[in-house]
Every structure is written in structure tokens, then in C-alpha cells.
Design a protein around this ligand. Structure first.
Ligand code: NAP
Length: 252
């Protein structure tokens, strides 16, 4: 009997899969048996991630994508349809921040963050849904949001607006395509150890951990586990929900 977490035979697209949380998600889905398309702008980095997944015995390839460029998205999906004929799992993970207090936040900064973190999710998901519906797959769409989109964060009005936006977007889409057997969910991480948080001093790290019920920052694996669950058969009756992976930073 196949394992319920097995993604054997599935094609998965991970945006922003070339580093950080997305890279860990890509590795995790590949180790569950999926063929993973590692998508990002920097092709050198995504090719290196795909190659190391293949070296480890998995199946992966690098694909070029700029989620903020409307012309880049249909081109990618044309390629996926031609090479793989289907898409089973979409993980919208690509995201950027450009922090600043609202009074000093430029329109350019607002637009840049919204273009990647919210409009990018719309552009990629729309193409993914078209392909999933055409091939009648029981698709899985998982978007990496943030608890900041649920509780706010001073200095991140642009980012929080985008991350709150993906929640409303996903809940609406879940209602639109549930009848097609496609689920749509959000994973909302709290503070996760990444290259960015490596720069924090021990004192800053302690102060941050003190606000987290489980007493530590999260890891990419913590987020990837939640994504794997939502992408797997275990979550076939879960849609339109937000899975809070913040170690209790946010307990609503
Ligand atoms: P990261 O290390 O900065 O990686 C971001 C990834 O997204 C890279 O692969 C990057 O590759 C890609 N990307 C950025 N802009 C893109 C674009 N326009 N088109 C395609 N790919 C693009 O970020 P991370 O910390 O792992 O965060 C990943 C996700 O988790 C984001 O959505 C973030 O908001 C969310 N999150 C992070 C934390 C945290 O503590 N780190 C907490 C909550 C939520 P290229 O630059 O080559 O395109």
C-alpha cells in the first residue's frame, strides 16, 4: 500500500525554490517522490538546487520564472504542459520584503512587494488552475503566507497587506474550484531561520524566541512539513484554511 504522504508520480512546481524555505520545500516534496520544478529568476541557483536533488536520488529540474512579470508566467506553463503534460501541486513560495514605516513607504516599495507577493500569486495560480482543470487532476495549491498577514507587524504594511491578501484569495479560490477536487490552502509561518535571521545577535535571537510559545525560531523543515501535509492525500478534505506554523507566536 502506498504511503499516504507519498507524492510518487506527481509534478510539483515550487516558486522561489532556489533558496531558503522554498529550497527546503522543494527537497521535501522530492523526497516524498514528486518531480519538482524549481522556479526562480536566478537560474544558476535553481539549477544547483535541482542538480543536488537529482544527486540525492530525487527528480527535479530548474525552470525560469519571474512571478512579477506577467509575460514570464504563461511561457513557463506552456513549457510544463509540453514537457510534463500536467501539474499536480503548486507551491506559491516566492516572496520579497521591503520594510519601512508607512509614513516613509514609497509607492514604488508598496508596488514592488504587492507585485511579487500578491499579484504574482494570482498570475501563477491562474495558469496552474487552468492546467489542473484541463487535465482533471486532484490538484493541490499551497501558498506560503505569513502570520504577519494575520496579526500585522510594524514596518511591514506592504508585506502584511500582501500576505493578508493571499488568505482572502485562497479562501475564494477554494470555494470556486472545490467541485473540481482541487484544494487551496495557506501556510502561515512565523519567524523562520534563514540567511536573514543568521545576522541576528544572540541577544536579538533570545528576545525573539521569548515571544514564541515553543521557545525557538522555526526552520525551513517546520514549514516544509506543513506544505507536504497539505500537498498529500492526508489533507484531501482540507481546503480554504490557513495553517499557522509559528510555534505559537500567534495564537489567535
Ligand atoms: P528568500 O530566502 O529571500 O527566498 C526567496 C525566493 O523567492 C528565492 O528563491 C527567490 O529567487 C524567489 N523570488 C523572489 N522574487 C521572485 C520573483 N519575482 N519571481 C520568482 N521568484 C522570486 O525567502 P524566504 O525567507 O525563504 O521566504 C520564502 C517565503 O516564505 C516568502 O513568501 C516569505 O514571505 C515567506 N515567509 C518567510 C518567513 C521568514 O522568516 N523567512 C516568515 C514567514 C513567511 P530569485 O531571487 O532568484 O528569483
Amino acid at each position: 500500500m502506498p504511503h499516504v504522504l507519498s507524492l510518487e508520480g506527481k509534478i510539483a512546481l515550487v516558486t522561489g525554490g532556489s533558496q531558503g524555505i522554498g529550497e527546503t520545500i522543494a527537497r521535501r516534496l522530492a523526497s516524498a517522490g514528486a518531480t519538482v520544478l524549481v522556479a526562480a529568476r536566478n537560474q544558476e541557483k535553481s539549477a544547483a538546487v535541482a542538480a543536488s536533488i537529482v544527486d540525492a536520488g530525487g527528480s527535479a529540474e530548474a525552470v525560469s520564472l519571474d512571478v512579477a512579470d506577467p509575460s514570464s508566467v504563461p511561457a513557463l506553463f506552456k513549457g510544463i504542459a509540453e514537457r510534463h503534460g500536467r501539474l499536480d501541486i503548486l507551491v506559491n513560495n516566492a516572496g520579497i520584503t521591503d520594510d519601512g514605516l508607512l509614513l516613509r513607504m514609497s509607492k514604488e516599495s508598496w508596488d514592488r512587494v504587492l507585485a511579487t507577493d500578491l499579484t504574482g500569486v494570482y498570475l501563477v495560480t491562474q495558469e496552474a488552475v487552468k492546467l489542473m482543470m484541463k487535465k482533471r487532476v486532484a490538484g493541490r495549491i499551497v501558498t506560503v503566507g505569513s502570520v504577519v498577514g494575520l496579526m500585522g507587524n510594524a514596518g511591514q504594511a506592504n508585506y502584511a497587506a500582501a500576505k493578508a491578501g493571499v488568505v482572502g484569495f485562497s479562501m475564494s479560490l477554494a470555494r470556486e474550484i472545490g467541485s473540481r477536487g482541487i484544494t487551496v490552502n495557506v501556510v502561515a509561518p512565523g519567524y523562520i531561520e534563514t540567511a536573514m535571521t543568521e545576522a541576528l545577535s544572540e541577544e536579538q535571537r533570545k528576545a525573539l524566541a521569548g515571544r514564541i510559545v515553543l521557545g525557538r525560531l522555526g526552520t525551513g523543515e517546520d514549514v516544509a512539513g506543513a506544505v507536504l501535509y497539505l500537498a498529500s492525500d492526508l489533507a484531501s478534505y482540507v481546503t480554504g484554511t490557513v495553517l499557522n506554523v509559528s510555534g505559537g507566536l500567534l495564537i489567535p
